[in-house]
Write a protein that binds this ligand. Structure first.
Ligand code: NAD
Length: 424
C-alpha cells in the first residue's frame, strides 16, 4: 500500500485497496490477467468543472466527477458524494465497489459513483441547489433510468435527489422519477429507503453474532459516524438488545460504558444548529482514533474510508467489525485483522441494504405501483441474510476471509456475465 504523507498525516489510496483485493480474487479464481484488466479500470470517466454563482455574487468553480465502472448487467448505479476530500481515485474506487456490491446482493445493476469537491456544510440551500442542477445538466448524457442511476451518499440527501429529478425531467420533457433513488416519498421515493443501509448493517450484525455464538443482549457496540448510516445502524443494533457504548461524528467521540440513549442522540443532532453531536451530554469525550480502539464486541465504522489501517489495526479490540462505510479498512490492515481472528463483514456486503432498496425503489417507479414498508423491509432483510449466508459458507469452504469471499463471488459473477456477452 502506497502511503503518501500530507502534513504528517498518512494518506491511503482507496483505489489501491480495491485493486489489491480484486487482484487476490483474480488469483483465487485463476482468471486470465488480460481479462482482469477489463475489471481493473472503469468503463467511463466524466469530469466537469461547474461554475456556480454564490449568494455573495462571486462565481466559484467546482470540480465534479461521474465514474461508471460497469454496465455489464444493467444500468450503472451509485451515490453522489459532496465532500472536500472528493478526488478521481476515490470516485473510481467507490464506483468499482458498487459493481462488486450489486453482484454480492444480486441486484441487476453495474457500478458507478459521482462526487463534487465542495463543503456542503458551508453552503446555503440555494447554492447547493444551483450546484446540483448544474451538475445534472452537465451529466445529462450520462444519467438515465436505463443508463446510470445516482443516489445519495456522504453530504447528499433526498433533497439533492429531488433537484436532480426536477432538472433531469425538464431536460427530458417528461417526469423521470426512476433517474435517481433515495428520493423523498412524495416524489416517488420508497418506504424504507432512508433506513435501508443501517437496516442491512443491523441484519449483518445479527447474522454474524449468531454465527459467533454471542448473545446480542450481552454484547457491546461502538459506532463511528452518526449520519444516515451510522445513526440508523446504532438505533437498529440497539433494538437487538446490544449496548451502544460509544458513537462519534466530525465533532469527535462520545463514550459511556453504561450505554448511550441512541434515539436521544438522533433527536439531539436533528435539533442542533451544527447538525452534529457537538455538546451532546452524558458521555466522556474521546477522539475518533481512541473510539476505534475501545474494548467492545462489535465495531461499526460508518463514516468514511481508511479508518482502520496498518497503523491501528493491531490495537483494535472488537471481535466483530461490520463495515457500514465504504472502504473503512485499507487492504494493508486486512491481514492484521485476520491474524487477530476478528470477523470482518465487508462493506460490499454490510452496507448493501441501501442499493437493495434503491433497486426496489426503481422497480416501484417503473411499475407505478408502491409497496408497503413491511414488504420492502421483509424483502431487503431476506436479500441481506441470503447474501450473508452465501459469503459465510464460501469463506468457510475456501478457507478465506469474508471479504475475500465477497470479492470472489462478485468477480466470478461479473466475469461470467462479461465472457458470455463477449463484447471485446
Ligand atoms: P452522512 O453524510 O450522512 O454521514 C457521515 C457521518 O460521518 C457524519 O456523522 C459525519 O459527521 C461523520 N464524519 C465525517 N468525518 C468524520 C471523521 N473524520 N470522523 C468521524 N466521523 C466523521 O453519510 P452517510 O450516507 O451516512 O455515509 C457514510 C458512509 O457510508 C460513507 O462511506 C458512504 O459511502 C457509506 N454508504 C452510505 C450509504 C447510504 O445509503 N447513505 C450506502 C452505502 C454506503
Amino acid at each position: 500500500m502506497t502511503v503518501s504523507h500530507n502534513g504528517g498525516t498518512p494518506r491511503y489510496n482507496p483505489l489501491e485497496s480495491m485493486r489489491k483485493r480484486l487482484d487476490k480474487a483474480v488469483e483465487i479464481l485463476g482468471l486470465d490477467d488480460q481479462f482482469a484488466n477489463v475489471l481493473r479500470v472503469p468503463d467511463k470517466v466524466v469530469m466537469a468543472n461547474i461554475p456556480v454563482t454564490m449568494d455573495d455574487g462571486t462565481i466559484q468553480v467546482f470540480e465534479a466527477y461521474r465514474v461508471v465502472h460497469s454496465v455489464h448487467s444493467g444500468p450503472s448505479k451509485g451515490g453522489i458524494r459532496y465532500s472536500m476530500d472528493v478526488n478521481l481515485d476515490e470516485v473510481k474506487a467507490l464506483a468499482a465497489w458498487m459493481t462488486w456490491k450489486c453482484a454480492v446482493v444480486n441486484v441487476p445493476y453495474g457500478g458507478a459513483k459521482g462526487g463534487i469537491k465542495c463543503n456542503p456544510r458551508a453552503m446555503s440551500k440555494g447554492e447547493l441547489e444551483r450546484l446540483t442542477r448544474a451538475y445534472t445538466l452537465s451529466m445529462r448524457n450520462v444519467f438515465g433510468p436505463d443508463k446510470d442511476i445516482p443516489a445519495p451518499d456522504m453530504g447528499t440527501s433526498s433533497q439533492e435527489m429531488a433537484w436532480i429529478v426536477d432538472e433531469f425531467s425538464k431536460i427530458q420533457g417528461h417526469n423521470s422519477y426512476a433517474v435517481v433513488t433515495g428520493k423523498p416519498l412524495v416524489l416517488g421515493g420508497s418506504l424504507g429507503r432512508v433506513e435501508a443501509t443501517g437496516r442491512g448493517v443491523m441484519v449483518s450484525t445479527r447474522s454474524a453474532l449468531a454465527k459467533m455464538g454471542i448473545n446480542p443482549t450481552q454484547a457491546t457496540c461502538v459506532v463511528q459516524g452518526f449520519g444516515n448510516v451510522g445513526s440508523i445502524s446504532a438505533k437498529l443494533i440497539a433494538q437487538l438488545g446490544v449496548k451502544i457504548i460509544a458513537i462519534s461524528d466530525i465533532s469527535g467521540g462520545y463514550h459511556n460504558p453504561d450505554g448511550i440513549d441512541i434515539p436521544k442522540a438522533i433527536e439531539y443532532v436533528a435539533n442542533s444548529e451544527s447538525r452534529s453531536l457537538e455538546g451532546f451530554s452524558g458521555c466522556q469525550r474521546i477522539s475518533n482514533e481512541e473510539l476505534l480502539e475501545l474494548e467492545c464486541d462489535v465495531l461499526v465504522p460508518a463514516a468514511m474510508e481508511d479508518q482502520i489501517t496498518p497503523e491501528n489495526a493491531a490495537r483494535i479490540k472488537a471481535k466483530l467489525i461490520v463495515e457500514g462505510a465504504n472502504g473503512p479498512t485499507t487492504a494493508g490492515a486486512d491481514d492484521i485483522l485476520n491474524e487477530k481472528g476478528i470477523l470482518v463483514v465487508p462493506d460490499i456486503l454490510a452496507n448493501a441494504g441501501g442499493v437493495t432498496v434503491s433497486y426496489f425503489e426503481w422497480v416501484q417507479n417503473r411499475l407505478g405501483y408502491y409497496w408497503t414498508e413491511e414488504r420492502v423491509n421483509r424483502r431487503a432483510d431476506r436479500a441481506m441474510k441470503m447474501a450473508f449466508d452465501n459469503l459465510y459458507q464460501r469463506a468457510d469452504k475456501e478457507g478465506i476471509s469474508m471479504r475475500m469471499a465477497a470479492y470472489v463471488v462478485a468477480v466470478e459473477k461479473v466475469s461470467r456475465t462479461l465472457k458470455l456477452r463477449g463484447s471485446f
